[in-house]
Design a protein around this ligand. Structure first.
Ligand SMILES: N[C@@H](CCC(=O)N[C@@H](CS)C(=O)NCC(=O)O)C(=O)O
Length: 198
């Protein structure tokens, strides 16, 4: 498998999950400013030109981070990272995946992409701060988003909370501690090092 990624982008969540699986994979860096992956035009691989893109052994391509993570966990039978299909516990992880994608991830767009008016940055800073404060309250009594076990949703939350400096947002203390604790995991540490972020 080959993961197309950009350092620190949302592809980091998939990268962390791949490292949790202890499987073979390779990495290809995408320059998101030019949409080039080495010699290749990234649009020739991915219609939207966005990371993450996972290319499977048979050449099949998968996009959309939460879907890729779900594929990986099911393929490698890692119910600790995402509980069995049909269980309420699985929907709890999916609930978080959707919250992170729609209420956090995409609201960072004005801080990364040109063209947004200042007013939208002010509004999104406020919206994100409110959402992150609520997430912090959910972590008061537990180590991970859904309880005592690290799941694919934690890999995703770790990734998007790494962007707060771009938005001039101060992360609530509980989320700062959560990030510090996750950085002790081998998967997170190794992914950050491989992406040149540590
Ligand atoms: N819905 C996609 C969004 C992916 C996405 O927004 N990727 C960003 C980096 S975090 C990207 O590649 N942006 C480059 C661009 O839009 O040109 C997913 O969840 O995987």
């Amino acid at each position: 498998m080959k993961l197309y990624y950009a350092p620190g982008a949302c592809s980091l969540a998939v990268h962390i999950v791949l490292r949790e699986l202890n499987t073979d994979f390779s990495l290809a860096t995408v320059d998101l400013a030019t949409h080039r992956a080495g010699e290749q035009d990234f649009f020739s691989l991915s219609d939207h030109g966005r990371v993450p893109l996972l290319v499977l052994e048979d050449g099949a391509r998968l996009t959309e981070g939460p879907a890729i993570c779900q594929y990986l966990v099911d393929r490698f039978g890692r119910a600790d990272l995402l509980p069995a299909a049909g269980s309420l516990e699985r929907f709890r992880v999916n609930e978080w995946q959707n919250f992170i994608a729609t209420e956090l991830h995409k609201n960072f767009a004005p801080f990364f992409k040109p063209g947004y008016p200042d007013a939208s940055r002010i509004l999104m800073r406020e919206t994100l701060s409110t959402a992150l404060s609520w997430v912090a309250t959910q972590l008061e009594q537990r180590d991970f988003l859904t309880g005592d076990t690290f799941t694919i949703a934690d890999a995703y939350l770790f990734t998007v909370t790494g962007w707060v400096d771009f938005a001039a947002i101060t992360l609530p203390a509980r989320l700062q501690a959560y990030r510090q604790a996750l950085m002790q995991r081998d998967s997170v540490d190794h992914a950050l090092k491989a992406e040149g972020l540590l």
